[in-house]
Design a binder for this molecule. Structure first.
Ligand SMILES: [Zn+2]
Length: 351
């Protein structure tokens, strides 16, 4: 039961996190191509020309990343069962030997991976306000599909169809904040018998992952993120020099969160598409962030950590039992109206 549970949710979580050159997950159009490879659909959206953005990334303190030399780490690589293995304090990295024929490219790639993923990890740890307890393993595989996912609280896998080149190293600009955020909150621990009925929790968690990935890449000013979240719909685009909206997609109604599985048959910019689920979830968190401010927003996560550690069924009551009391508000009608979603009555109703 437990195993099935993990497999099923792993599929949802992994659903569309695409390994791009940068290995940074984002639904912005710069990475859309990767997404479309997965969906097998030709891009129809215009190429985005985003304005250049000043980033403001909280940098990790010197006590968090303190490697004297990445060279030492990569030169101590060990080949075990076809995987090159690298260890740091918090992470183990495993790199498929078939991913490149060049030891120089491999080592350069791993130096970048260690530095960027650990930067993302500590960004998230600071943002969430609690420490991740375990050691994390990040896999890189050469595979048939271009996808990455976090299957449990300690493992991330990145599958790619092409060998890694020095260009991939040069384009590796951000760590995988999306999957790393799933490592901090693991809905796979939630009881699977409620998934169909209370599927919205999955979209809240995916939305949070997209939100944090955008925050890390584009900074704290949400107007730079390439998405417009409206009352009943979302769209991709940006504000031009005159503060006018420039659309890079059509306007898409919010995903119906009472529906568990997305459906791309009407295109990626349709209401129940995978992109629609991720973006609709992102807009939920963006709404909170913009309306209640960064400090109150951040105060949600230690509470969430405490509650879901106590009982994973709280994942099904994120709004009712975690966000509402933490912010002193009541969003029950809001999520019904916007996402057609109703959480369970109480924890005891899930027994
Ligand atoms: Zn995800």
């Amino acid at each position: 039961m437990k195993k099935n549970n993990k497999v099923i949710t792993g599929v949802i979580i992994a659903a569309m996190v695409v390994v791009t050159g940068a290995l940074a997950f984002s639904l912005n159009s710069t990475n859309l191509q990767g997404y479309l490879q997965l969906g097998g659909v030709k891009p129809s959206a215009p190429v985005i020309s985003k304005p250049s953005i000043q980033r403001s990334i909280p940098s990790p303190s010197s006590t968090q990343i303190h490697y004297d030399s990445y060279d030492t780490i990569v030169n101590n690589e060990q080949l075990v069962d076809g995987m090159y293995v690298y260890s740091t304090d918090k992470f183990t990295y495993k790199f498929d030997q078939n991913l490149t024929d060049s030891p120089t490219v491999r080592k350069n790639y791993m130096k970048r991976s260690i530095s960027k993923n650990e930067e993302s990890f500590y960004f998230l740890e600071n943002f969430f306000g609690f420490k991740h307890p375990g050691k994390i393993t990040i896999f890189y595989f050469l595979s048939q599909s271009q996808i990455s996912g976090a299957g449990n609280g300690t493992t991330i896998s990145n599958n790619r169809t092409q060998k890694i080149t020095q260009t991939d190293v040069d384009n590796f600009t951000f760590g995988n904040a999306h999957e790393l955020s799933h490592i901090f909150f693991v809905p796979t621990d939630a009881p699977s018998q409620y998934y169909d009925q209370y599927s919205g929790f999955n979209w809240f968690m995916e939305g949070l992952a997209v939100f944090l990935s955008d925050y890390e890449q584009y900074g704290s000013s949400t107007s730079n993120w390439g998405i417009f979240c409206e009352y009943n719909s979302w769209a991709e685009g940006y504000l031009d020099a005159n503060n006018q909206k420039v659309y890079n997609s059509n306007i898409v109604p919010y995903y119906d969160f009472s529906v568990r599985f997305p459906d791309d048959s009407n295109g990626i910019y349709s209401q129940q598409s995978r992109l629609g689920g991720y973006r609709s979830g992102e807009c939920f968190w963006k709404y909170l962030y913009e309306n209640y401010g960064e400090n109150k927003f951040k105060s949600i996560f230690p509470v969430m950590h405490q509650k879901v550690s106590q009982d994973p069924k709280y994942y099904f009551l994120i709004v009712k039992e975690i966000i509402n009391p933490t912010l002193g508000i009541n969003l029950t009608d809001f999520i019904k109206q916007r996402y057609n979603y109703t959480e369970p009555e109480s924890i005891s109703s899930l027994q």
